[in-house]
Design a protein around this ligand. Structure first.
Ligand SMILES: *Cc1c(COP(=O)(O)O)cnc(C)c1O
Length: 359
């Protein structure tokens, strides 16, 4: 029996996608083998790859002057790829916003190759908010400006897009495809797949084509967006099964009404949980209103000695993976596209019952 899964990543996948993959696993398209067992250069797989790209372009209305790349190495490889690909045109300074653990990892990596100017940080209030633009100290000569629109661990999401005078780079690993996006405001958008796209093992990068010419000459071949773009993301063997499954998720998203429908649902789902947290004396959200993520909802029990009982009983009730990140403790419910409203209703009902029984 499938249960409600609130895992932060690798996260829940849509059940119809898993069923289709299961049904096609042994004999895909009448070929007598699975999609994993054919050449990535076969016409059959190339069609899968091209359709996935086109569906993603349709979903996010990606303009023609952007390349869509399917890459190895997760979002972490992109922490390195960003400076390698953008520090080559004589500028080795970049602006970063520090909003928590993922932003910090991106910053640490960029510091190995150039100078990082932290334009704003929310460290002063323990990373519980997204800093507003009034506090920024932008550099005049930055090669790019990097931020993390949704901090998956802290549960902090920007409700605005920074206006900057150099290419804007965003790590959208945990909120891509959750709402319509003005892609033209960005230079680069990247995301590891395992939160809101598909299984782990693949990442997507959407790169404005003029930015393909700015790489450091020594860039490792496997990190080069230009090499990937020129080779249709097949300079070497891509993660074919993850690409195929991501493509099925894109088709599912289109059938659900696309990112507009996901935006509406994500607001409904997260509001249901936040409203309950704000009414409760027993549970609370550590994140400041205005910066609360629609995707990842951390919460704490007033009495943390009940954490273990809460998690155990939740699991018994069929509510999986609510434990907070090991670095922050408490709880976290991730409400990505594949998590239905019914899951959040069941969670809130369970929490209300738990609260009543323990007070
Ligand atoms: C999960 C996550 C990452 C790391 O992704 P990997 O694919 O494991 O490298 C980076 N940034 C954000 C915002 C994430 O949520």
């Amino acid at each position: 029996m499938r249960k409600f899964n609130f895992c932060a990543g690798p996260a829940a996948l849509p059940e119809p996608v898993l069923r289709q993959a299961q049904q096609e696993l042994l004999d895909w398209q009448g070929l007598g083998c699975s999609v994993m067992e054919i050449s990535h250069r076969s016409p059959e797989f190339v069609e899968v790859a091209e359709r996935a790209e086109q569906d993603l372009r349709d979903l996010l209305a990606i303009p023609a002057n952007y390349k869509v790349l399917f890459l190895h190495g997760g979002a972490t490889a992109q922490f390195s790829a960003v400076p390698w690909n953008l520090f080559g045109a004589g500028r080795k300074v970049a602006d970063y916003i520090h909003t928590g653990q993922w932003a910090n990892k991106a910053i640490k990596e960029a510091q190995r190759y150039g100078q990082v100017n932290v334009v704003a940080s929310s460290e002063d209030r323990n990373f519980t908010y997204a800093p507003g633009p009034d506090s920024w100290q932008q550099s005049g000569d930055a090669a790019y400006f990097h931020y993390t629109p949704n901090e998956t661990i802290g549960g902090v999401e920007f409700d605005y897009i920074p206006e900057v005078s150099c290419p804007l780079v965003a790590d959208m690993s945990s909120n891509i495809l959750s709402q319509p996006l003005p892609v033209e405001k960005f230079g680069v958008i990247y995301a590891g797949a395992q939160k809101n796209i598909g299984p782990s093992g693949i990442a997507v990068a959407i790169v404005r084509d003029d930015l393909l010419e700015r790489a450091l000459p020594e860039i490792p071949r496997s990190l080069s967006w230009k090499v990937a773009a020129d080779a249709g993301s097949m300079d070497n063997t891509p993660p074919t099964f993850a690409w195929y499954l991501s493509g099925l998720v894109f088709q599912w998203l289109k059938a659900q009404g696309g990112v507009e429908a996901m935006a509406e649902q994500s607001l409904r789902k997260s509001a249901l949980l936040y409203d309950y947290l704000d009414r409760s004396e027993f549970f609370s959200s550590p994140v400041e209103p205005g910066s609360r993520s629609r995707m990842n909802v951390p919460f704490v029990l007033a009495d943390d000695s009940l954490d273990k009982a809460f998690l155990r009983e939740a699991e018994e009730a069929g509510l999986l993976n609510l434990k907070g990140h090991r670095s922050v403790g408490g709880m976290r419910a991730s409400l990505y596209n594949a998590v239905p409203l019914a899951a959040v209703e069941a969670l809130v009902a369970f929490m209300a019952d738990f609260e009543q029984r323990r007070t």
